[in-house]
Design a protein around this ligand. Structure first.
Ligand SMILES: C[S@@+](CC[C@H](N)C(=O)[O-])C[C@H]1O[C@@H](n2cnc3c(N)ncnc32)[C@H](O)[C@@H]1O
Length: 245
């Protein structure tokens, strides 16, 4: 009960600070704290903001990249405009949405992908976790080819089944991959941010994070086992045919 009270109090405090500073969501402070520690965005950068509604991260990204930079955001929900950012509505896993993003970027490569994406929660913990992990893997598969060599990828994850497998699937693409929990999200949930630095596109054997992730998860769940030494069991079951006249 006391823990719950402290948790709520902290959350409210970030919310109040966000309001006072003109940010749309307390999540803005999470990105600010990630930025303060890792300096992933710089003036003039191209940033792809995945799951951008209501626009808190986009506000922070615009501050960091300045007038010479570009911020493109995508979310299922429409956002109020953010000066200096192009915020689009669509499903990041949908090929038409992906085409629109690629078109907006033109021939520019992305310096940082910042993804705070989280699917709707059903309350069934294991289902939610599986859906969230798969969604993150799909974002990697779409956005990695757009990311420049040396680029950054920051994504929200929920601690639980499949996290280690996802991290292993991502590692070949970057020279540095670690988890980070910003002060603004501590105690609030199982959420953690995966910080991937220095994109190394020449390093990964397979480009699909989703495939590697699914293979690894199937292995731990035993779903992919092919049993080829099965001995047929005897059965007393017989088929009786109806006599025809
Ligand atoms: C925690 S919110 C993001 C908050 C945002 N970073 C901010 O600071 O304002 C997560 C968002 O992910 C979005 N989302 C979930 N699935 C998505 C999908 N398939 N494509 C695009 N956005 C998605 C949700 O609509 C939700 O707005």
């Amino acid at each position: 009960m006391a823990d719950h009270w402290v948790e709520n109090h902290k959350r409210d405090s970030w919310r109040r600070q966000a309001k006072a500073s003109g940010y749309r969501a307390r999540s803005a402070f999470k990105l600010k704290q990630i930025q303060a520690k890792f300096e992933l965005m710089r003036e003039g950068d191209v940033v792809l903001d995945v799951g951008c509604h209501p626009g808190g991260w986009a506000q922070v990204a615009v501050e960091e990249v300045g007038e010479t930079g570009i911020v493109v955001g995508i979310d299922l929900e429409p956002c109020q405009p953010v000066d200096g950012a192009l915020l689009m509505v669509g499903d990041i896993t949908d090929s038409l949405t992906q085409e629109r993003i690629v078109k907006e970027l033109g021939d520019r490569q992305v310096n940082s992908v910042i993804s705070d994406i989280s699917p709707d929660i059903t309350g069934k913990w294991d289902v939610d976790q599986a859906v969230a992990m798969t969604l993150v893997a799909k974002v990697f598969d779409f956005a990695l080819p757009l990311l420049c060599s040396g680029g950054w990828f920051v994504t929200k994850l929920f601690q639980g089944v499949g996290v280690e497998e996802l991290i292993e699937a991502v590692k070949p693409h970057f020279s540095y991959v670690r988890r980070f929990s910003p002060e603004a999200s501590r105690n609030s949930s199982s959420e953690v941010y995966l910080i991937c630095r220095n994109h190394t596109p020449w390093n990964a054997k397979s480009t699909s994070v989703l495939n590697r992730y699914e293979q690894a998860v199937n292995k731990i769940l035993g779903g992919d086992d092919i049993i080829d030494d099965v001995v047929a069991t005897k059965t007393s079951f017989t088929v009786r045919r109806k006599k025809t006249e």
